[in-house]
Design a binder for this molecule. Structure first.
Ligand code: ZN
Length: 254
């Protein structure tokens, strides 16, 4: 039983977007517990559920405006990203692409973190020296103990993104369950050529805002066309970015 509980906790930590929906189901209704505006918007997340307290009380929250960097000679992230995604879904908060177990991973801090999913935000959540990119992709990884590492890739408005173009053909139209991907999609296709990164200690950017997340923000942005952005924002109907949070005592390494 204890093992099941641990697995469930890890599952909800990873699937940050489904946690709220799951607790909604537990409560016997299906309304979205939290949102990006109004009475269920970011400044009220902590009041919507006792489990969301850290959204307001945490001091290592994400996203942030990355600036005042510390030069740290960061070792390269070892990407093993040749694996293929299995499914796509719109969960009411974002469009998410899931990866099957052992299909892709990164190595960092002497530890392997498996890629679970990536999802998108428009506009970007993290800022780099006050620059707000058109979109941001979050590649969510977990190690065997459930520690999380997110690789964030900025997306700059302009040219068409060829990797997304294929994915967009299978773009979900409504918030329902995952759809198996018909066309192969490889995690690697989303990576920029230059994989230098910034690093800071942060949190999930959605309730329950759990802290202890390793944030690895790639310096080089990848392109996304206006049309591709529009497809996403039309489905979202509203921006899905949490406002930047105080940096407090944290260091941002580069
Ligand atoms: Zn995210």
């Amino acid at each position: 039983m204890i093992r099941v509980c641990i697995l469930l906790v890890a599952f909800f930590a990873i699937n940050d977007f489904s946690a709220a929906q799951a607790s909604d189901k537990d409560a016997g209704h299906l309304s979205s517990h939290w949102s990006y505006s109004g009475a269920t918007g970011p400044q009220y997340w902590d009041r919507l559920n006792p489990k969301y307290g850290v959204c307001a009380q945490g001091v290592n929250q994400s996203p942030i405006n990355l600036q005042s960097f510390i030069d740290a000679k960061l070792p390269p992230i070892e990407f093993a990203y040749s694996g293929q995604a299995s499914e796509i879904l719109y969960n009411g908060h974002t469009v998410q692409v899931n990866f099957p177990a052992h299909s892709a991973s990164i190595r960092i801090d002497g530890n392997t973190f498996e890629l679970k999913q990536f999802h998108l935000h428009a506009p970007a959540e993290n800022q780099i020296e006050n620059t707000v990119y058109a979109m941001e992709a979050h590649f969510v990884h977990a190690d065997q103990s459930g520690h999380l590492a997110v690789v964030a890739i900025m997306m700059q408005g302009g040219k068409t993104n060829p990797a997304l173009e294929g994915l967009w053909r299978e773009f979900p139209t409504q918030a329902d369950g995952p759809h198996p991907l018909k066309v192969p999609f490889f995690a690697e296709s989303m990576l920029p050529v230059n994989r230098e990164y910034y690093r800071y200690n942060g949190s999930l950017t959605t309730p329950p805002c759990t802290e202890g997340v390793r944030w690895l923000v790639l310096k080089q942005a990848i392109p996304v066309s206006d049309q591709q952005i529009k497809r996403f924002t039309t489905l979202m109907r509203h921006p899905n970015n949490r406002p930047v949070q105080p940096v407090n005592a944290r260091m941002v390494l580069r």
